[in-house]
Design a protein around this ligand. Structure first.
Ligand code: NAD
Length: 295
């Protein structure tokens, strides 16, 4: 059994760490927030004062942090994980961060003799608790093989996307499709309303025609046609507007630094930004339909 340092015990991190503990490993939790450390102790985790201290005795380090700068600092700073871990330690960063930071940290880790993957997730806090997350994994074959048994304790679908950074690339490309397609479906419902076409009729026709997509058939933004969609519970998330906005901004940053052309992604980011600035950042992202309906 391995000793695992788990850095970042927030909404996602703590339930993921609990699943590693359930798998029989020793888990050393690290977080800056005293309340999260208390919750980790209550869940039966050991804890450590700093990521560097935990890394010294770890076989594996998993991180679930807010954004790129946190990941760069925790791994790369003097006294951080890369400097203090024993050579050959396996690093798994599951935070959703920018591709450039993911690649820079992995390169630094590999230079110091460690194995590292970027392994962002989809599945939300429900998937984290149930151990059914999807992991999109970027890294060498050797790093993927080393990380896989630990990812399998936290998730159900584990996909090797390619070399370093491609896990993050997969995550932001997928979510860019989702953000754009939700706006497309919402605009169609707004137009249908104006044209006197019943919502259920549009749903029945489009869901068996060429307009069919996940945003329509699984996550319909108007109440009624899909009883499980957030539209039927006043747009309680789900996947919040501000989370979608974060991922769309990461996609725009990646498009700018790689020279890709993503005009619809840019437009989607500015529409969610507008909706968030009006005080709707905590609603499910499908609530964007309200802005498009002029409500
Ligand atoms: P969160 O804010 O609840 O947790 C992040 C934790 O990291 C906090 O507890 C914070 O105290 C801790 N932290 C920050 N800096 C630290 C440091 N230097 N050392 C130790 N701990 C530190 O966020 P979350 O919802 O758990 O999300 C984490 C990541 O997962 C984000 O990148 C997010 O985009 C991604 N994600 C979240 C969801 C979701 O549904 N919440 C779904 C998919 C992906």
């Amino acid at each position: 059994m391995a000793t695992i340092a788990f850095i970042g015990l927030g909404n996602m991190g703590l339930p993921m760490a609990k699943n590693l503990l359930k798998g029989g490993h020793t888990v050393l939790g690290v977080d800056l927030a005293p309340a999260n450390i208390a919750a980790a102790k209550e869940a039966g985790l050991d804890t450590s004062k700093s990521a560097g201290d935990a890394a010294v005795i770890a076989d594996v380090v998993v991180s679930m942090l807010p954004a790129g700068p946190h990941v760069r600092a925790v791994y790369g700073n003097a006294g951080g994980v890369i400097e203090r871990a024993r050579p050959g330690t396996i690093f798994i960063d599951s935070s959703t961060i920018d591709v450039d930071s993911a690649r820079a940290v992995i390169a630094q880790a590999e230079k110091a003799g460690h194995l590292m993957v970027d392994a962002p997730v989809s599945g939300g806090t429900g998937g984290a608790a149930a151990g059914t997350l999807t992991f999109m994994v970027g890294g060498t074959e050797a790093a993927f093989a080393a990380a896989q048994p630990f990812l399998a304790l936290m998730g159900k679908n584990i996909v090797h996307a390619g070399g370093p950074g491609t896990g993050q690339a997969a995550k932001i490309c997928n979510n860019m499709v989702l953000g754009i397609s939700m706006i497309a479906v919402s605009e169609a419902f707004a137009l249908a309303d104006k044209l006197g076409l019943e919502r259920q009729k549009l749903f029945d026709i489009s869901s068996t025609s060429s307009g069919q997509c996940w945003s329509l058939t699984s996550y319909c933004p108007v109440p009624g046609p899909v009883p499980t969609s957030p539209a039927n519970r006043d747009y309680a998330p789900g996947f919040a507007v501000d989370m979608m906005l974060k991922d769309l901004k990461l996609a725009q940053q990646a498009a700018a630094s790689s020279g890709a052309s993503t005009p619809l992604g840019a437009q989607a980011a500015s529409l969610y930004q507008l909706f968030s600035a009006a005080g709707n950042g905590g609603l499910d992202f499908s609530a964007i339909v309200k802005m498009l309906q002029g409500k």
